[in-house]
Design a protein around this ligand. Structure first.
Ligand code: ARG
Length: 265
């Protein structure tokens, strides 16, 4: 009888030792172990161009915040990432940076277009927008159509859908297009009188009217939608983002996020 107990004790001690050993190995001895996420990293590397309030902008204390940043962080955490790392650059550099592997996802109020879909993969849409034409608040000249912009200098952000739209009409209506690396610089030039108008996404134009002495002259109904973009080869990441996004879009968490950045109106 005593022998049986000895064997049972030996077995229990052996099991404990193996358990502790395995735990120790995975928690200490394996620093290169990959994270169980679609990219194998603990952090999702997010690229953005923070000149686009309330989607992404630089806060008073210098950090990059906004609706897109909160939303992509929420999705990343649902997928299993510890957090996101934000990399800031000009809007125009985002797709090249994604393709080079410098970032893993673009969160920049980026409209889903057929041209972009040739090179990157988009998630399901999370927002819709039109384009708006901004002029100085004090201006008595208030254009109502693209034809009214004839002979004027119109500021756009390089690489945006707004820039493409204005360029399409440039020769027809003799519009001078001035490209900027950032919407903030374009709006500052508008305020200073260096240009006559700026074309940008309507929700962002509305935010700028609260921050600068500018007003919306008219809206161009393009009906574009925003998605997050990943490399086409990152199919697992795309699928995970889409599943998380589907869940989040119907949640109270999402409604709170909309409320936080857009208010109730
Ligand atoms: N929605 C427009 C586009 O995709 C403008 C996006 C600009 N975004 C930004 N973060 N500056 O072209």
């Amino acid at each position: 009888m005593a022998k049986v107990w000895i064997w049972v004790s030996v077995a229990i001690i052996a099991a404990i030792c193996i358990g502790v050993g395995v735990w120790w190995y995975y928690s200490h001895a394996s620093p290169v172990s990959r994270a169980p996420t679609p990219t194998g990293k603990w952090y999702l590397v997010v690229g953005t161009s923070p000149d686009f309030p309330p989607f992404e902008y630089v806060s008073k204390n210098g950090t990059i915040v906004g609706f897109d940043m909160d939303l992509i962080r929420l999705l990343a955490k649902k997928i299993g990432y510890k957090d996101i790392k934000i990399v800031s650059m000009d809007f125009d550099s985002l797709i090249p940076a994604l393709l080079k592997g410098k970032i893993d996802v673009i969160a920049a109020g980026m409209s889903i277009t057929p041209e972009r879909e040739k090179v990157v993969a988009f998630t399901i849409p999370y927002w819709h927008a039109d384009q708006a034409v901004l002029v100085r608040a004090s201006s008595s000249w208030v254009p109502k159509s693209m034809a009214d912009l004839s002979g004027k200098v119109v500021g756009v952000e390089t690489g945006t859908t707004g820039a493409d739209y204005v360029k399409k009409f440039a020769s027809k209506y003799n519009i001078k297009v001035k490209e900027y690396s950032s919407f903030v610089l374009a709006v500052q030039d508008l305020v200073n009188g260096r240009i006559d108008a700026v074309v940008m996404d309507a929700p962002v134009a509305k935010m700028f009217t609260h921050k600068y002495p500018v007003k919306i002259a008219f809206v161009i109904h393009t009906g574009e939608v925003y998605g997050f973009a990943v490399r086409k080869s990152d199919t697992k990441l795309l699928q995970a983002l889409n599943e998380a996004l589907k869940q989040v879009l119907n949640s109270t968490e999402y409604r709170k996020l909309v409320e936080k950045y857009f208010g109730s109106g």
